[in-house]
Design a protein. Structure first.
Length: 333
């Protein structure tokens, strides 16, 4: 279980002037009202709001958000009242916590998931007049998914279905792709265990070869950037399991035919460096037509910025590459 001191350290690291006192007070209050409550895992219930607050701290949210994360279940699951929370922590926090509580009690029928999902997502976005409400709900769902194994099978599938249809798309809409990917992969594991296991096995089987391939491509990019005195960091990453499965199903592909299981990211100091890097990549490998996206000039609604391109790589394969600055990388995360 994460400790409150760890959470405070995370918050202080990215915001030295943060109001640590409100986090401390929220922790003490949450510990008191949740005292005696136990999770299905057997852990004290307090472990859940602590983990949620830790996720929010990892997202570099403000002290108010982290404090609200510690308090997010107190109205729904304890004797705490809205009036008491308002008196102790102020209007801003009680507004956020109340918003999270309203989302938590929305009805969801997993048997009508496809028809309901979009309307529920719209309802959540409409209800949450403060984006922090949705961010806390996503952190709450993420920790609940990480501990889903303690539920009975029917409940696991119901929660996984809801997560895949509602919360993963919400995370994607907000541009929080690491949460979206983790929610999808955990849901996939519980909804389609056999298919998930097969893809994991295939990825694992090719892992050593894929790791060598990543290093080869990174070295070729680095050599090109060094030749042109462009300082950068190059990362190779595996795409999430569920997106690989989706591509196989939607495009009727075998695993070996999915070209973008691995993607690359180039991080640079300035915007002009990003455009230079794009030019260098296109001089190194032929770009695929209609696969170049300039999200620097035209950011996504969530302020995500990057250059995206797909090129024909050194072995005739397609390679997806994202190019962005360090600041853009922070926003993307």
């Amino acid at each position: 279980m994460i400790r409150i001191s760890d959470i405070i350290d995370k918050v202080s690291e990215h915001n030295p002037d943060a109001d640590i006192d409100i986090i401390d007070r929220a922790y003490i209050y949450s510990a008191r009202v949740h005292d005696g409550q136990v999770r299905l895992s057997g852990e004290p219930y307090l472990s859940h709001p602590l983990e949620v607050a830790g996720i929010l701290a990892d997202m570099k949210l403000d002290a108010i958000s982290v404090a609200a994360g510690l308090l997010h279940d107190v109205i729904e699951d304890t004797h705490a009242t809205v009036e008491e929370i308002k008196e102790m922590f102020g209007q801003e926090i009680v507004h956020i916590v109340s918003g999270v509580t309203k989302i938590s009690v929305l009805p969801f029928d997993s048997s009508q998931a496809a028809r309901q999902a979009e309307s529920i997502r719209k309802m959540i976005l409409a209800m949450a007049d403060d984006i922090r409400v949705i961010l806390i709900k996503l952190a709450d769902r993420l920790h609940n998914m990480r501990t889903l194994q303690f539920h009975k099978e029917n409940k696991r599938k119901q929660i996984a279905r809801e997560t895949l249809d509602i919360y993963a798309p919400l995370a994607a809409r907000l541009g929080i792709y690491w949460i979206k990917n983790e929610l999808e992969d955990i849901s996939f594991k519980y909804l389609y265990p056999e298919e998930c296991s097969n893809i994991e096995r295939l990825i694992s089987k090719d892992r050593e070869e894929s790791d060598k391939y990543i290093e080869t491509v990174k070295n070729l990019i680095k050599k090109k950037m060094d030749e042109d005195n462009l300082k950068c960091k190059i990362l190779g990453r595996y795409k999430n399991i569920f997106s690989t499965y989706q591509k196989m199903v939607n495009q009727n592909l075998a695993f070996e035919e999915v070209y973008d299981i691995i993607a690359f990211r180039i991080i640079l100091d300035t915007v002009s460096d990003c455009y230079k890097a794009l030019g260098f990549i296109h001089s190194l490998w032929k770009p695929v037509p209609k696969k170049i996206k300039d999200y620097i000039a035209s950011p996504k609604p969530n302020m995500y910025q990057a250059l995206h391109t797909t090129v024909i790589g050194p072995f005739g394969e397609r390679i997806e590459i994202q190019i962005r600055t360090w600041e853009m990388d922070k926003v993307a995360k």
